[in-house]
Design a binder for this molecule. Structure first.
Ligand SMILES: [Cu+2]
Length: 429
């Protein structure tokens, strides 16, 4: 009912305005005046109203700055975040200056140069000096902004120092998985061809290659099963199904040849790099240490995602088939930030910032920054092999070395010393 009344009011309003315009036209005709002749009074009124609008516009912008802070970002929680903020502030101050200047000129000129009777407008077609000024000044300003921005981008995506902790953030529809590089601080290699349910991150070791070959050859949908089915004289297939099976078989045979090549080239001494990696459950928390250098490596299994950590002012696309990276040093622990924000429930967050599918909104990860002692305690707990530990549900070692934790650690050390030991194979013997 109210909607109907509102609609009627709007329609009547439009009719009333149309009638007013019509009346104005008729009265102009009666007074023998052409429609395009605008009285001076109207011109002056419009000029004054433009000036009033400018003042109201400026006042509202200033009010918003005062009321909400001029960025609304809050404090940056990383060293790189602080430098990014500095750059953002610089940009913002330039924009604010240009905003006030151009709008003052626009409305000020409209007011100052209002049409006056008897004054003819000055014909001003071209001026080289003016052209030069409004080309060169913005060019210099933009160059400065771009050079500074590029410098800070290079800094944040450049190679990290050796002491930086390497962490991989693995994205897929729709979750994040954290892989820490472990005690050797080297992330183990991976190869997409090794992806299966036991090895969702496709980590590359002697054992995972063999597992992938075995599953390709001997699983219930593997090459041998397919061949047996196709060659079974007692089975009759619909031609379409038969074609599909032949295609599937050809694909799997191609794949297994690539896996055998991978196996032949693989250096088992490198297994240890992957064996000490700590892989958390998908959507488990990312723990960081205050004041520590971090290098994040990003990977995607399916589509392009984007890792946004707003409080650290970091964002990086995760691209299938390519590792991307950035680095930062956290400077404020979660506990400190809670005090600063006066919010005991505050938590840092990592969110996907690319619309990557139907459950994109769910793709986030909690981030916790601890101080050094607390972090050390936490790390000692997660890096120690314990298949039953509730907070490390599924480290890589847990999957591939259940029951033989000590052997793995010992073998890793031997490997590090230079002897070639097949740690993965030993671990599961
Ligand atoms: Cu996503």
């Amino acid at each position: 009912m109210t909607k109907l009344i509102v609609l009627i009011v709007i329609i009547l309003g439009v009719i009333a305005i149309a009638q007013l315009v019509r009346m104005y036209e008729l009265s102009s005709k009666l007074r023998n005046r052409r429609e395009e002749d605008i009285p001076n009074r109207d011109n002056r009124l419009n000029a004054t109203l433009l000036l009033v609008f400018m003042l109201a516009f400026f006042a509202s912008v200033i009010y918003l700055f005062v009321e909400y802070g001029y960025t609304g970002r809050g404090e940056a929680a990383s060293v790189h975040g602080a430098s990014t903020d500095w750059l953002m502030d610089l940009n913002l101050w330039i924009v604010i200056g240009v905003f006030f200047l151009t709008n003052a000129l626009l409305f000020g000129f409209a007011f100052k140069y209002v049409r006056k009777p008897g004054v003819k407008a000055y014909w001003f077609p071209h001026d080289n000096r003016l052209e030069l000024v409004w080309t060169v000044v913005p060019a210099i300003v933009l160059a400065v902004i771009i050079i500074l921005g590029l410098r800070s981008w290079n800094e944040q995506t450049d190679e990290s120092p050796d002491e930086a902790i390497r962490i991989e953030l693995f994205s897929k529809q729709f979750d994040w998985t954290v892989r820490m590089s472990g005690d050797d601080n080297t992330l183990g290699y991976f190869d997409y061809k090794l992806t299966n349910e036991n090895n969702p991150m496709a980590l590359l070791t002697t054992k995972t290659i063999q597992d992938a070959i075995d599953s390709m050859e001997y699983s219930s949908t593997g090459i041998h099963a397919l061949e047996a089915k196709l060659n079974n004289p007692h089975l009759i297939f619909i031609p379409e199904d038969h074609d599909l099976m032949v295609k599937d078989l050809a694909r799997k045979e191609r794949m297994v040849r690539m896996l055998y090549q991978l196996k032949a080239r693989h250096n088992s001494a490198l297994d240890a790099r992957a064996m000490d990696d700590i892989v958390f459950n998908a959507n488990d928390t990312l723990f960081l240490c205050k004041g520590q250098d971090y290098e994040f490596n990003f990977r995607s299994k399916d589509v392009i995602h984007s890792a946004l950590m707003p409080h650290f002012r970091s964002q990086m696309n995760t691209v299938p088939g390519q590792t991307t990276r950035f680095k930062f040093i956290p400077t404020i622990t979660t506990a400190e930030m809670r005090v600063k924000m006066n919010n005991p429930k505050f938590n840092y967050i990592l969110m996907c910032n690319k619309i990557c599918g139907s459950s994109h909104y769910k793709m986030k990860l909690m981030v916790v920054v601890l101080d050094k002692p607390a972090y050390k305690k936490w790390y000692a707990k997660v890096s120690k092999f314990d298949p039953k530990a509730a907070d490390v549900c599924k480290t890589f070692r847990n999957i591939y070395a259940v029951g033989k934790p000590k052997a793995v650690v010992a073998d890793s050390i031997t490997v590090a010393a230079g002897t070639s030991v097949d740690t993965a194979a030993m671990a599961t013997k």
